[in-house]
Design a protein around this ligand. Structure first.
Ligand code: B12
Ligand code: SF4
Ligand code: SF4
Length: 261
């Protein structure tokens, strides 16, 4: 029965645009350490009695899907801390979250509880669900679309058949993402075995600068700006990755030339 439910959920996910779908054991994911100030929480922290985490991946194909609008954080506040009243809107977070909520209705209709979130350790969840390899820039690289995906998760008390972890090394000798970073934020070598949170230097990477009153010159230069506080998050180390590029670019061309629907 639960295998049947899993397939039914896979179809429901696809209907919401999540072509990547996998399931991990909530207890296994809870064992994986993560640093503070990353918004991250264990599955149980979102849903007491959590048994499974459903991982949903969507293709992100236009740079503007990384549009972000932020207010400036108060002095001393750390980006990604939960600061009451702060304004943060990221387009792909809004898209994936809204669609994950619609998907979660199907889980609830089957009689289970759900919590929709971006903030379990999504990259490791995707890896444990067999959906991709954690690349040298720490993003999940999927065989079909490389890193051009974003993840949302649904924590549930449903016990579903768990997927097997991804085993293939998709990086090999490549270091293109590391070399591409304009501010040298990515430490050399594999992500695997590096202390959690130490592979990418959080304060060097220009992305968290979007929340500061006095952002680094790197943010001003490398994040395309549209308004005073409206910009596009950096994609340089993501776009540098050759894995999945062909299919990503094929779809960009297809969506740009053929009417859809
Ligand atoms: C905080 C955060 C950031 C921070 C810190 C990023 C970092 N790498 O440290 C900042 C603001 C810098 C950032 C930047 C970006 N981010 Co960000 N970010 C997050 C967030 C909220 C948490 C990530 C985190 O801190 N994880 C915990 C730390 C410990 O993990 P880590 O050090 O990165 O990785 C370790 C583990 O993966 C481990 N590991 C590797 N293999 C394995 C295998 C096993 C079995 C285990 C146990 C562990 C393990 O080794 C790594 C090194 O220790 C996630 C959302 C989420 N829920 O995860 C999005 C997320 C990672 N971001 C995302 C993206 C796209 C970006 C950017 C490209 C900006 C953009 N355009 O959106 C850049 C890329 C920068 C980069 N190279 O990482 C996407 C990635 C999509 C993908 N393909 O995987 C996510 C998943 C958001 C989403 N909803 O999809 N981000
Ligand atoms: S997102 Fe940009 S600044 Fe951050 S690590 Fe990647 S290339 Fe470097
Ligand atoms: S650019 Fe190369 S090293 Fe970086 S994640 Fe992609 S394949 Fe791995």
């Amino acid at each position: 029965m639960s295998a049947e439910l899993k397939e039914q959920l896979r179809s429901a996910a696809q209907e919401q645009g999540f072509e990547l779908f996998g399931v991990v054991d909530a207890e296994e994911l809870a064992k994986v350490p993560f640093p503070p100030n990353r918004c991250l929480e264990t599955p149980e922290g979102f849903l007491p009695g959590a048994r499974s985490v459903i991982v949903l991946g969507m293709h992100i194909w236009d740079p503007l899907q990384n549009a972000v609008v932020t207010s400036v954080l108060p002095d001393g506040a750390v980006p990604f801390d939960d600061v009451p009243g702060s304004q943060y809107y990221n387009m792909y977070y809004e898209i994936t979250e809204a669609r994950a909520h619609r998907f979660a209705e199907t889980v609830r209709e089957a009689g289970f509880r759900t919590a929709v979130t971006h903030f379990v350790h999504a990259k490791v969840a995707a890896h444990l669900a067999g959906l991709g390899w954690i690349g040298k820039q720490t993003l999940v690289i999927t065989p079909s679309l490389g890193p051009h995906v974003r993840w949302a998760c649904v924590v549930t008390d449903a016990v579903l058949p768990y997927d097997e972890p991804f085993t293939e090394d998709l990086c090999g000798d490549c270091e293109l993402c590391i070399k591409s970073c304009p501010v040298g934020a990515i430490a050399p070598g594999y992500a695997q075995g590096v202390e959690p949170g130490k592979k990418v230097d959080f304060w060097k990477c220009i992305v968290p600068q979007e929340m500061l009153a006095d952002p680094s010159p790197g943010w001003v230069k490398h994040a395309p700006h549209y308004t005073e506080r409206g910009s596009q998050e950096c994609l340089i180390c993501l776009d540098a990755c050759p894995v999945g590029r062909e299919e990503h670019e094929r779809r960009v061309r297809e969506y740009s030339t053929k009417p859809t629907g």
